[in-house]
Design a binder for this molecule. Structure first.
Ligand SMILES: [Zn+2]
Length: 75
């Protein structure tokens, strides 16, 4: 399960920087997060919540390419 952009996290304004925002949980700037779940710290409450909800962190999931073996050569 995957979202195109992860932007529904609580944000707060950076001090003295009117146009810059950061995640209210992990304090990473939105320009660094860039809409990616992995942009948040692993300890981020928002990231943990979405991971627990089944959302993927990174798309290159190599486990899906595991070869499937059938039982034809079973002796
Ligand atoms: Zn965060």
């Amino acid at each position: 399960m995957k979202k195109l952009y992860y932007i529904d996290f609580p944000q707060e304004n950076l001090e003295n920087q009117m146009h810059n925002y950061r995640c209210a949980y992990c304090k990473v700037e939105t320009t660094t997060i860039n809409g990616n779940l992995e942009g948040h710290l692993p300890s981020c409450e928002y990231r943990i919540k979405l991971e627990n909800a089944g959302y993927d962190v990174i798309s290159n999931d190599l486990s899906e390419t595991l070869a499937l073996h059938d039982a034809d050569d079973f002796d």
